[in-house]
Design a binder for this molecule. Structure first.
Ligand code: NAD
Length: 431
């Protein structure tokens, strides 16, 4: 990566995503007429761990970071969720992301609870050897609460399959034997699951997202050919989604990352843009495209808007400028509660994160199952089961939304909260 632009904290990120997560839960609890005790059980994380992570840098000096692991709920099975390396990580952000993981797993009927982890670090400022030491120390600090039957981390912003390989190796070395299923999103060589268009497990998340985006287009009577899309975030989720949508015939007119965005009305050449971003570390400077601001991308007149970067990018201040007909949330929590209300008033169809980006956790589940059985499926088997689950999720959310006359997000949250509450009730309260 050669880009040197500093990453500032976007103003919208100063808003607390936990407020949005809690307000979504409160609305669901009210609709379901749950009492205050049940509300509190669903709102509070079951377990939280915050750790210090000292790093000996390559030059011999020492930096100390803070890391967290929050297990929001494990009533339906082991906790599951990504690990984020970002300078913006806070405990409240991790709490919100862990809660959304609980709902996502329940909604897609994956037998997990929700968790999330994060280290407050800007990974671009550290060498691979330094990142390996940070990852290993973080893993060893949270080791008592993770494991294939307890809590299974996966990649998220700023982490990847290499990070997962280090986590798996650190855990395995500590317990004295190889435990592939302690993490998912591993390299295929270590037991990662095959995906459809890619030889690595990371290749499937975006395909699931694109399936949902295409289903949403069809729901609005649009075909891929002739439809337009703008994608914010050009990482594991956004870049793949842009590529798959372009392959499906959608004209991807704009793509952005943390440094800015590029726009071409006739449609970007996504494979060439991928090569450019790979080479330069950013989408900016892509030949033949106009440079536009990140905010401008969110306000383009397109059929599909896919925020696939960070939370809170669609907020009270810009929601009324959104001209897209459909927003498909690739990122977790990209739309604040106020923006959600505004978009609904404008008639924008918002496909919520806990449905739209669930491909990641579904394939993680497949990887965990394969690891536990030590028996690997073919790419076609993975793809077929993923597509079936995603489209089942879409159909059931749509049906609930129609029946209850609520938004897709309300329908998705209600379904998920109800399943988790049912697990609580069936298990009973100990002692
Ligand atoms: P990533 O680190 O691979 O990519 C993040 C992208 O967002 C990068 O292109 C980065 O430049 C861009 N970005 C960061 N801050 C930005 C800003 N303020 N404005 C515009 N762009 C910005 O991360 P990822 O794994 O692709 O995750 C992206 C989102 O998707 C996150 O919300 C994550 O929680 C969610 N998600 C990831 C997965 C997964 O399996 N990786 C699964 C489900 C959901």
């Amino acid at each position: 990566m050669t880009t040197t632009t500093a990453l500032s904290v976007p103003a919208e990120l100063s808003a607390n995503p936990l407020d949005d997560a809690l307000s979504q839960l409160k609305a669901a609890v009210e609709t379901l007429s749950y009492g205050p005790g049940q509300h509190q059980m669903l709102a509070r994380p079951r377990r939280e761990m915050s750790v210090s992570i000292p790093l000996r840098r390559d030059d011999g000096t020492v930096d100390v970071f803070t890391g967290h692991r929050v297990q929001h709920n494990f009533s339906r099975g082991p906790a599951k969720g990504g690990v984020r390396f970002s300078p913006h990580v806070t405990l409240d952000e991790v709490r919100a992301l862990a809660m959304w993981m609980t709902w996502k797993c329940a909604l897609l009927d994956v037998p997990y609870g929700g968790a999330k982890g994060g280290v407050t670090i800007d990974p671009r400022n550290y060498s691979p050897a330094e990142l390996e030491r940070v990852t290993r120390r973080y893993t060893s600090e949270i080791l008592p609460i993770i494991g294939p039957e307890r809590d299974i981390p996966a990649p998220d912003i700023g982490t990847d399959e290499r990070t997962m390989a280090w986590m798996m190796d650190t855990y395995s070395t500590s317990v004295g034997f190889t435990v592939p299923s302690v993490v998912t999103g591993k390299p295929v060589s270590l037991g990662g699951s095959l995906g459809r268009s890619s030889a690595t497990s990371k290749g499937v998340v975006h395909i699931a997202l694109a399936h949902i985006a295409l289903a949403a287009l069809a729901h609005r009577g649009l075909r891929p050919h002739g439809s337009t899309a703008a994608v914010q975030g050009f990482g594991k989720v956004g870049a793949g989604a842009a590529e798959f949508l372009a392959e499906a015939g959608v004209r991807v007119v704009a793509v952005g990352d943390q440094y800015g965005a590029v726009h071409t009305a006739s449609g970007l050449d996504v494979p060439r843009l991928l090569a450019h971003a790979e080479r330069t570390g950013s989408v900016i400077g892509f030949e033949g495209a106009d440079a536009i601001g990140s905010d401008e991308l969110l306000e383009l007149d397109v059929d599909l808007l896919i925020p696939a970067a960070v939370e809170g990018v669609l907020h009270e201040g810009n929601a009324h400028h959104v001209r897209a007909g459909i927003v498909v949330e690739g990122a977790n929590g990209p739309t604040t509660a106020a923006a959600d209300r505004q978009l609904h008033t404008q008639g924008v169809l918002v496909v919520p994160d806990i449905l739209a980006n669930a491909g990641g956790v579904i394939v993680s589940y497949f990887e965990w199952v394969q690891g536990n059985q030590a028996y690997w499926w073919t790419a076609d088997e993975v793809d077929e089961r993923l597509e079936r689950r995603m489209l089942q999720g879409w159909t059931s959310v749509l049906e609930t939304a129609r029946r209850r006359e609520v938004t897709l997000r309300e329908a998705a949250t209600l379904t998920a909260v109800q399943r988790v509450a049912e697990a609580h009730t069936t298990r009973g309260l100990y002692p």
